[in-house]
Design a protein around this ligand. Structure first.
Ligand SMILES: *Cc1c(COP(=O)(O)O)cnc(C)c1O
Length: 453
């Protein structure tokens, strides 16, 4: 007799597809509430996993009635904390196709079809950044994994090039505003992070030059990381100046654009990223502002063969994966991973069916709303804008408010399902912060939120 776990069950399929249909049709997506009590949730799931199995309807009911609502929906336009998400309907639907197909995203041998589609989507992003047609890479789980994988190639490539002059403990120059994952990646790689102070929170080539002038570790720098839109404030570093300096000193130039580099697609701000075409590697997260579902980060290299030399895993059982075929492209060879989900396909499908103009328009809409929100804050008595937004993050102060005030307000708004707006910190002080990337968000929705302060 066949094991029943592997037999298609029409009833179970209908149950799941019905739920998916319903979730996908929510308009608007309810915000829901993440911090339900642990006791109630644990009680709801108690005994569901046992030796003989539980009725699927009952398990799904526990999921829909208890678990799914105990999650703040990142795809609600009212999710305005950290960095939200706003996957397109086409991308979400195609994610289900990926799930239903168990496609390997690892090698040409197993999944040439996946490689071709993912590479088509990567080529669109590479072209937007002005990289040569020979650029390439792969999709990884997130910006953190992308930064680690890119910096690993930078470390080993420069080490190889420097030969006997290679430093024992290589140094990576990063801005004090860099994302925490960059410092973590340096730590994993045994590299020392040199924190470069910046003027007005923006790293420039000139700042690095003057900081390193006479610095005892100046000769040990092998890599520089710039940020293409800081997470907290959306500030874009001087990519042109930093890139030119990196070329001059033969450093590896990596840009962390996990959040902000989506705006490469927005003509109104594209020039702020000038210099990105100089990168050796860069990361942008389609699961942030390029409207893909989790988890999807694009990692691109100017010269992918350098990444392949560093990341290819040698194991006797894998030898068959590597042939001399010129078209062969193994995503596994371009980052620190082996088995991987075909996570670029939802983005690929959505780009194909919607067209890139729809992406440009969606990003421009968010940029325009952000400017209107900044205007509104400037015009509102008792509120103060921290700085004019460059991308789609707005930070602001309320006269007389302390961190406790912002936190109490945030928690009340979430409890009452008004919005998810956690405070942040700016120059040591608690501030309000809206991180916006959902094209359905309007300035009216933000005005309603500000009225509750
Ligand atoms: C979000 C973010 C990261 C981390 O990306 P994950 O996808 O969460 O791993 C890194 N850098 C920047 C600038 C980010 O905004």
């Amino acid at each position: 007799m066949r094991n029943p776990m592997f037999v298609y069950d029409e009833k179970l399929a209908d149950m799941i597809f019905d739920y998916c249909r319903q979730r996908l049709s929510f308009d608007p997506v309810p915000l829901d509430y993440g911090s339900a009590g642990a006791a109630g949730l644990n009680e709801a799931v108690a005994g569901l996993i046992n030796d003989h199995g539980t009725d699927p309807q009952r398990v799904l009911d526990v999921f829909t009635q208890h678990l799914a609502e105990a999650v703040v929906s990142c795809d609600s336009p009212l999710y305005l904390s950290f960095i939200p998400a706003a996957p397109t309907k086409a991308a979400m639907l195609f994610d289900m196709v990926v799930s239903a197909s168990t496609m390997h995203g690892t090698s040409w041998l197993e999944a040439a079809g996946v490689a071709v589609a993912e590479n088509q989507a990567l080529a669109v992003i590479a072209a937007e950044a002005g990289l040569p047609e020979t650029a390439g890479g792969c999709f990884v789980s997130g910006g953190s994994a992308g930064n680690l994988s890119g910096l690993m190639v930078g470390r080993d490539t420069t080490h190889h090039r420097m030969g006997a002059k290679a430093p024992e403990r290589p140094v990576v120059a990063i801005s004090e505003e860099a994302h925490s994952s960059v410092g973590k990646a340096a730590h994993v790689l045994g590299m020392e992070s040199l924190l470069i102070p910046c003027d007005d929170h923006r790293l420039t080539g000139a700042a690095i030059r003057s900081f390193l002038d006479g610095h005892p570790r100046a000769d040990d720098v092998v890599t520089v990381v710039a940020t293409g839109g800081t997470t907290n404030a959306g500030i874009i570093d001087d990519l042109a100046g930093i890139g030119a300096l990196a070329r001059e000193r033969k450093w590896w130039f990596h840009v962390d654009g996990a959040y902000g580099c989506a705006a490469l697609f927005a003509p109104s701000v594209r020039s702020r990223f000038d210099g990105i075409e100089l990168v050796d590697s860069f990361v942008v997260d389609p699961h942030k502002w390029l409207f893909a579902p989790f988890d999807c980060a694009a990692l691109l290299y100017r010269e992918p063969h350098l990444a392949k030399a560093v990341h290819t895993q040698d194991a006797s059982y894998l030898d068959v994966m590597h042939t001399d075929a010129p078209e062969e492209w193994n995503a596994a060879d371009y980052a620190y991973h082996l088995t991987r989900r075909a996570r670029g396909l939802p983005l690929w499908f959505s780009m194909a069916v919607n067209g890139i103009d729809a992406y440009r328009e969606a990003i421009e809409t968010v940029l325009a709303v952000t400017q209107q929100v900044a205007d509104l804050i400037e015009a509102t008595e008792g509120l103060e804008l921290v700085r004019r937004p460059e991308l789609s993050v707005v930070m602001f102060r309320k006269d007389g408010w302390t961190r406790a005030d912002y936190e109490a307000w945030s928690h009340r708004l979430l409890r009452e399902q008004v919005a998810f707006v956690m405070p942040s910190t700016w120059e040591g002080e608690a501030v309000g912060r809206f991180a916006m990337l959902h094209p359905d968000l309007t300035v009216g929705m933000i005005a309603d939120i500000l009225d509750t302060m």
